[in-house]
Design a protein around this ligand. Structure first.
Ligand code: GDP
Length: 528
């Protein structure tokens, strides 16, 4: 296949949702359509069970599973689809944010009973920041959920997105009868556990007034459907694919993942409209996906928690050119050439060594500590991919070394764990106090456990009264220096030496912003 065609047939996306909305179930159905797995239950949920926060075995198990299910590649109708999984648990939200930098679009799953939930809100916000195209799947229509119009209004209002219904449901719960596909103009009757290739429940109708609609749905529901279609058709018209690609409009589907119902409708639309690998910004210029030379960046690093096998897996998103096994590439940050003898892809949960990979693909690279998140590989040029964000942590703790004999090990461990993106490290301004910032309590337990297991370092954490970290910039260096010195208790440097203000509360933060107009306060920092 030609190089151009290889790129054109690729679609890389992430599924996001609040835990329990049905992300794992939907992923599994996708893979069934792709023929990648034969049996249900093969995709393991990588969520951490409630109450397991102190159970380290559970964390290890979870990490093992999430390596296996981090990326799943499958083929569907001549397309090669890279599906990137994201941890739903809020303590791992940073991991999800970074995964979103490696995809070209997103499918958002919303539970029809619970509607918009906390993680739905946060994750959609990140998509909006990046103008990522989003498709919404409202799941669990087989349960008595909220009214379809109320749900749509709630999603539009709370997530600040504009929906474009592609299907509309006929009732929900025990009265759920199916969905009408506004685009294809066919009626799909609900049958539990629909087989991947089952077409028998799909009724083509060219005219909604066809009596067959009444025969299948009953007079009352047939009438409601006609009204719905008229109303929705009138309000929305046809989907403007360009608006979707620009992240302005989100096509909306209804279904039931566990019953594999409504999933095919979405997948077929997905391959028709979802973006192929997009150009990416770098510190030098925009890199087109079909550029001749290879480039890519590391967006995720997974450590092996087995102390006997310290290797890590770095996840590389290919952004241009062709990645080849055993070829030397330029590691920009370290300014050295590296090559990989066993890069692998993620077809159907088995890890296959690959010979080459193209734009949009994700490749797993064995790493002995050379990589950190945001690293760029090229064919010799010096540039970095931009837009890989660090978000402000929400919990801050001072690290206390309990075993001074192991200081070196502790420092090394902290440095490596923060390279992996487990947490962010800040150093007190003008001092040595080390402050760890995370988005969730669970990460502190992971850090404490891993420092002991992998580096032999024993640490404790002391809570600090901060609620947000803001990165500071100013055209006036002197003003910035003075501010940092004057606010020493609240000042720190991040791992790369950038100045940071640690705010105790929103009130303090707003006061400082007002009092220091010559200093800019940023809530995210870009790695490059
Ligand atoms: P995740 O946390 O988003 O990955 O959610 P899961 O896929 O693990 O699903 C959470 C629970 O919802 C599981 O018990 C699923 O069986 C169930 N579930 C998923 N889809 C549906 C659906 O369409 N209808 C119903 N009734 N339950 C579903």
């Amino acid at each position: 296949m030609s190089y151009e065609n290889e790129i054109k047939r690729r679609k890389s996306f992430a599924i996001i949702s609040h835990p329990d909305a049905g992300k794992t179930t939907l992923t599994e159905k996708f893979l069934l359509f792709g023929g990648a797995i034969q049996t249900a239950g093969a995709v393991k949920s990588n969520k951490i069970k409630k109450g397991a926060t102190s159970d380290f075995m559970e964390i290890e198990r979870q990490r093992g599973i999430s390596v296996a299910t981090s990326v799943m590649t499958f083929e569907y109708k001549d397309y090669l689809i890279n599906l990137l999984d994201t941890p739903g648990h809020k303590d791992f939200a940073e991991d999800t944010y970074r995964t979103l930098t490696a995809v070209d679009s997103v499918v958002l799953v919303v539970d029809s009973v619970n509607g918009v939930e906390e993680q739905t809100r946060r994750l959609t916000e990140v998509c909006r920041m990046r103008d990522t195209p989003v498709i919404v799947f409202i799941n669990k229509l087989d349960r008595d959920g909220k009214n379809r119009f109320d749900l749509m209004e709630e999603i539009e209002k709370e997530l600040n997105i504009t929906l474009h219904p592609m299907t509309i449901p006929i009732n929900s719960g025990k009265d759920f009868k199916g969905v009408y596909n506004l685009d294809k103009k066919n009626l799909v009757l609900f049958t539990p556990n629909t087989k991947a290739d089952d077409e028998s429940s799909r009724i083509e109708i060219t005219d909604l007034s066809d009596p067959v609609v009444n025969a299948k749905l009953g007079d009352k529901d047939a009438e409601i459907l006609r009204e719905d279609v008229e109303l929705i058709g009138g309000v929305y018209g046809d989907l403007d694919v360009d608006d979707y690609l620009k992240g302005k409009v989100a096509p909306l589907f209804f279904g039931s993942a566990v019953n594999n119902f409504g999933v095919k409708e979405m997948l077929d639309s997905f391959i028709a409209i979802a973006p192929t690998p997009l150009p990416r910004e770098t510190t030098a210029r925009v890199i087109e996906p079909n550029a001749a030379k290879f480039s890519g960046f590391i967006f995720k690093i997974h450590a092996n928690l087995d102390p006997k096998h310290r290797d890590r897996i770095a996840f590389l998103r290919v952004c241009s050119g062709k990645f080849e096994r055993n070829k030397y590439y330029h590691h920009v940050r370290l300014n050295k050439d590296v090559r990989f003898s066993n890069p692998y892809s993620f077809m159907a949960r088995s890890k296959d060594v690959i010979e080459d990979a193209y734009s949009g693909d994700v490749v797993g690279l064995f790493d002995t500590g050379n990589f950190k998140i945001g690293d760029t590989l090229t064919e010799g040029e010096d540039f970095y991919f931009t837009g890989i964000p660090s978000f402000s942590p929400e919990i801050f703790k001072e690290i206390v070394n309990k075993d001074p004999m192991k200081t070196k090990q502790m420092d090394k461990g902290i440095s490596q764990l923060t390279d992996e993106g487990v947490a962010q490290l800040f150093t007190q301004y003008g001092g040595t106090k080390k402050i760890i910032g995370c988005v969730g309590e669970l990460q502190f337990e992971v850090i404490q456990y891993r420092l002991l297991q992998e580096y032999g370092a024993s640490v404790e954490f002391r809570a600090l009264p901060f609620y947000k970290a803001c990165w500071l910039t100013s055209k006036d260096n002197k003003k910035l220096e003075d501010f940092l010195r004057f606010k020493q208790q609240n000042s720190a440097e991040d791992k790369d030496g950038n100045p940071v203000y640690l705010a105790q509360s929103e009130w303090f933060l707003n006061t400082e912003i007002t009092n220091n107009p010559e200093i800019e306060f940023h809530f995210t920092s870009e790695i490059h």
